[in-house]
Design a protein around this ligand. Structure first.
Ligand code: FAD
Length: 491
């Protein structure tokens, strides 16, 4: 039996561990922190439970797939429900719009609240689906960096459609051309933030993202997002995967272009295969200092980061749903602050996620657990203490005014996570949430592959490498690594 080491127990590392165990490997996961999950952790403070990072869950079949691959029934481990309402939107002009899950109902709501004909909204979502179907086989399901990808029948079938799918224009330009209503354009532009990008720079191909949420659906895992990591670790352990916590890997050992093992404080350990789920930049800088690093790849601009206020709130709000967006007045200016000026707009769009809407025990009776997030630049040495203080005041004023409340007085407990904390806790370079940004049309090709041609047996998974960040793409990175790795059983 071959031995595989996974560096990091983020969602990508856990999924890779499961896949390699199924493939016959003896798998050990080395995790620097005291528990699994990486960005996807949870904590309880003063009787309020919070998921630390991801809150939107799409493409749940990619989680189910891991259980079925291992011969298990997914619902014995992990349950989730499809949301009826995806997001409650509050626009700066006072308009409120409920994004219903059913595309026809959503389109009717857009017609009623924004005056855009429903038929145009439905056509947009259908185009989004076509873009996804034409691009996913090439850009998401396989390695972009293997000739075999371009020769596979499913990719060959879709290649002719690629040039028409928006690589030559931006998301915003395409959305503004599709719709005259600035509010609907803002709603659609926001999908760029799902991979930490700027809709005014990112290619229009990314307008496939609404398809995932509005056609395929948004979901809520029973017990919150952390249940994803919990249930997968349970499966991995049943398959014999060993998780070692408080065990940072300090070096990936190579010899004659082959990986031979890793080094921790316990010394050098032999492995046939090593998979890094650590962000690819520190993987090269800290664990592979003897290797020539792919500088062009590592120096790609980072994605945005986040500033999160976890607030236990002493009141319930029937007008709020699981996902809520309070939009800024000037979206373009907001992205200029994030990506050009590298600071936070004085009027940021605010996202509020409230899991106690679905899991009432996440907050004490009469209260709600608010995960309040704004998109911010990655860490470039800004004065975060001042930004945290000023942005807190801005958010409180904004939500207080929209909901006609005194929000400051309702905050029972509080914790803050900023880009510096995100980097310290997860080793994500500069605290970027999704590795490099997708702000140019070559970005997909410039992400680090899931392997390196320089070292046989060394692979990469997780949000900083191909195909990208976010739960579904991290799960796909695990699938690609497992497809690339040889069988683990020596027989
Ligand atoms: P990570 O979560 O980055 O974990 C890497 C792990 O490696 C960590 O546990 C770290 O401790 C460990 N590690 C690092 N270095 C070493 C070492 N040397 N030795 C051993 N272990 C090491 N995605 C969505 O799909 N939907 C969302 O709504 C969403 N919202 C988000 C909001 C926030 C605030 C954040 C932070 C992220 C969000 N994301 C969202 C992104 C999503 O969380 C990530 O893309 C995904 O969880 C990253 O997983 P990963 O596999 O890359 O590993």
């Amino acid at each position: 039996m071959k031995k595989a080491a996974i560096i990091g127990a983020g969602i990508g590392g856990i999924a890779t561990a499961i896949r390699l165990a199924v493939k016959g490997y003896a798998v050990t996961v080395f995790e620097a922190s005291s528990t699994f999950g990486g960005k996807m952790k949870e904590f309880v403070q003063d009787d309020f439970r919070f998921d630390t990072g991801p809150s939107l869950f799409t493409m749940p079949h990619l989680v189910d797939e891991l259980f079925t691959l291992a011969g298990r029934n997914p619902t014995d481990y992990f349950r989730y429900q499809r949301l009826d309402v995806i997001t409650q939107y509050f626009f700066a002009d006072g308009t409120r719009l409920t994004a219903y899950a059913q595309p026809a109902k959503f389109a009717a709501e857009v017609e009623e609240k924004l005056g855009v004909p429903a038929v145009q909204v439905k056509a947009y979502l259908e185009k989004s689906a076509r873009t996804y179907e034409a691009t996913a086989p090439t850009f998401l399901y396989k390695s972009l960096h293997k000739i075999s990808t371009y020769l596979s029948p499913d990719v060959l079938k879709t290649l002719p459609a690629l040039p028409a799918l928006g690589l030559t224009t931006t998301m915003h330009a395409a959305n503004a051309q599709a719709f005259p209503d600035n509010r609907l354009v803002q709603l659609l532009d926001r999908f760029a933030t799902y991979n930490g990008s700027d809709p005014y720079q990112a290619p229009a191909t990314l307008n496939l993202i609404p398809h995932l949420e509005h056609n395929l659906g948004a979901f809520y895992p029973e017990g919150g997002i952390y249940a994803i990591a919990q249930s997968l670790v349970r499966l991995a352990e049943e398959l014999g995967v060993v998780f070692l916590y408080d065990q940072p890997v300090n070096e990936i050992i190579t010899q004659d272009d082959n990986v031979t093992g890793i080094r921790t404080t316990a010394g050098a350990l032999d492995f046939d295969v090593v998979v890094s789920n650590m962000d690819v930049v520190p993987t090269y800088r800290r664990l592979l200092p003897h290797l020539k690093a792919p500088e062009k790849t590592l120096q790609q601009p980072r994605s945005s980061s986040a500033l999160i206020y976890y607030w236990g709130i002493r009141q319930t709000f029937p007008e709020l749903h699981l996902h809520n967006i309070f939009f800024s007045q000037n979206y373009q200016q907001e992205f200029q602050h994030i990506f050009r000026e590298k600071d936070i707009s004085p009027d940021p769009t605010v996202y509020v996620n409230i899991t106690s809407k679905y899991t009432p025990t996440d907050a004490p009776p009469g209260g709600e657990n608010w995960f309040v997030m704004v998109n911010v630049p990655h860490n470039a040495g800004q004065d975060w203490n001042t930004l945290i203080r000023v942005t807190r005041e801005t958010i409180i004023q904004k939500i207080s005014s929209v909901l006609n409340i005194d929000l400051a007085g309702l905050i029972a407990t509080e914790r803050v996570w900023d880009p510096v904390g995100i980097e310290a806790d997860t080793s994500s370079f500069a605290g970027a949430l999704y590795g490099s940004s997708s702000n140019n049309r070559m970005a997909a090709f410039l992400r680090h592959p899931n392997f390196t041609s320089g070292v046989k047996g060394l692979y990469f998974c997780g949000g900083s490498v191909h195909p990208g960040g976010g739960i579904p793409l991290c799960l796909l990175s695990a699938r690609i690594v497992s497809d690339l790795a040889p069988n683990g059983s020596t027989a």
